[in-house]
Design a protein around this ligand. Structure first.
Ligand SMILES: Nc1ncnc2c1ncn2[C@@H]1O[C@H](COP(=O)(O)OP(=O)(O)OP(=O)(O)O)[C@@H](O)[C@H]1O
Ligand SMILES: [Mg+2]
Length: 451
């Protein structure tokens, strides 16, 4: 059957809701497509009369007609934007309407289309069991279907269709956005990975000459020759001043080499952080948990951070409640401690930094306490986000990139623990993290202060 064109297309199409553009936004400008399926031509005619001039949300109707389920199937395949179907049950067979319902829901997998069953044989098809067995949206009896009831039923069906369609579009958009974001994220991680690896190799190479300058400068041939020549001179004040000048030169070279080495090590540290970040993002961070006694592990960290604390005359103390052994990746555990203790030293001007370790059920609880600048209450969570740093002078002076805490928390989480912070602005901070114990603690032995 030929579709009957809408009664009043045109003018009212300007009344549409102002919506963000979607792939189907153009549909907003189109009439609602309604399919009337009935083998009685009189029903087609009456429906057209009743729905003449009907609008929903400023959009008119576009009526399509079929006299059998077979014809309806064809129309459904040709028109993929039909919103509502007014469907008779008994047509070419006693169940053809219900078979069409199954075709729509199962074969076409169309759950958006609103199916309004309109039957003259309600006795043969009791409403309750039809609803139970078939995925329809409304059940209308022809005998008491007034024009008002039909319009109300159509309105509520179009409202449901519109809502489901919007939800569906939102879900599709969200899925697309997520896919784009995932793709961009993967590209970013791959890029960071590649750049970091490319930078790490040549940088690693520059470490060697700096180290050699620093520790072996006195063995350099030119330096040795000069030293021998001065040594061969008779003892005079001139020889003394030459020796002093040579010593000064040596000191200066060592100092320059140290600075160069420090800069290279800083850059290598940064690259390691970026690589860790890329590994975490790509889900490729692998950990090797083994039983690690805590005190020897802390001792290694202490050797690295004691000079930093000394340089700021900060007291550093280790206070284990008992000798614990954790089940952790020791390299990563040292990295976490280094970052927390390094932060405590960076953000403390005077006072003390304490590392406490105690057992908490099946976990070891580490606490890094400082008497530093503290963290505002509204920033206690954001500092664990990538690249987040506090906007204060200490942070600006300390430099850094804001990668240490997010990476540390991720390393702790991945090992089955958690990390959090308590802090009072102006008084200091307490960073806590837990790691699983490998075995139960032995009685306390340490007297504190030195690991
Ligand atoms: N103990 C602390 N006291 C006060 N502020 C802190 C402390 N630890 C961290 N912060 C704040 O949290 C921010 C984030 O710390 P995070 O370790 O992630 O980065 P960073 O130390 O600035 O740089 P990076 O660790 O990458 O070298 C710091 O910049 C600082 O503002
Ligand atoms: Mg840090």
């Amino acid at each position: 059957m030929n579709p009957v064109p809408p009664a009043q297309p045109g003018k009212k199409l300007l009344l549409f809701k102002n919506k963000s553009p979607t792939p189907d936004a153009s549909l907003d400008a189109l009439p609602w497509q309604i399919l009337i399926v009935d083998d009685d031509q009189q029903v087609h005619h009456l429906t057209r009369e009743v729905l003449h001039g009907f609008h929903f949300e400023g959009r008119p109707l576009y009526l399509l007609y079929a006299s059998s389920a077979k014809e309806a199937q064809k129309l459904l395949l040709d028109h993929n934007n039909i919103a509502v179907i007014l469907l008779d049950v008994v047509m070419e067979s006693s169940h053809s309407g219900l078979e069409l319902v199954r075709f729509i829901r199962e074969e076409c997998d169309n759950h958006l289309l609103q199916i309004l069953l309109r039957t003259g044989q309600a006795g043969q098809f009791p409403e309750e069991s039809v609803f139970e067995q078939h995925d329809i949206n409304n059940f209308l009896e022809k005998s008491d279907l007034t024009s008002r009831r039909l319009k109300t039923a159509l309105k509520s069906a179009l409202r449901a269709y519109r809502d489901i369609q919007e939800l569906d579009q939102m879900r599709k958009q969200e899925q697309e956005l997520r896919q784009t974001a995932d793709h961009a994220n993967r590209a970013k991680s791959a890029f960071l990975n590649m750049v970091s690896h490319e930078l790490r190799t040549p940088l690693q190479g520059t470490k060697g000459p700096f180290e050699e300058f620093k520790s072996q400068f006195h063995l350099f041939i030119g330096m040795k020759k000069l030293r021998n020549q001065i040594d061969a001179l008779p003892s005079t004040p001139h020889k003394e001043s030459l020796l002093a000048a040579l010593h000064e030169l040596h000191q200066e070279v060592v100092e320059i080499a140290s600075q160069g080495l420090q800069a290279v090590e800083h850059l290598l540290g940064l690259i390691e952080d970026i690589l860790d970040f890329a590994r975490i993002e790509a889900g490729k961070l692998s950990l090797l948990p083994v039983p690690c006694p805590v005190t020897p592990l802390v001792r290694e960290v202490w050797n690295l951070i004691q000079p930093l604390a000394d340089a700021k005359t900060l007291r550093l103390s280790y206070q284990p409640e008992s000798e614990l052994t954790i089940l952790a990746d020791s390299k990563r555990c040292k990295q976490i401690l280094l970052n927390l203790l390094g932060n405590a030293i960076k953000f403390t001007a005077q006072g003390e930094i304490i590392l406490r370790v105690r057992q908490q059920e099946q976990m070891a609880l580490f606490e890094v306490a400082d008497s530093g600048c503290g963290i505002p209450a509204d920033k206690l969570e954001t500092i664990f986000h990538l690249f987040e740093q506090l906007d204060n002078s200490l942070t600006r002076r300390a430099g850094g990139t804001g990668l240490g805490l997010p990476i540390s928390r991720e390393l702790v989480n991945k090992q089955g623990g958690s990390m959090y912070v308590h802090s009072t602005l102006g008084q200091g901070s307490h960073f806590f993290f837990t790691l699983p114990l490998a075995m139960h603690s032995s009685p306390p032995t340490a007297d504190g202060h030195n690991p």
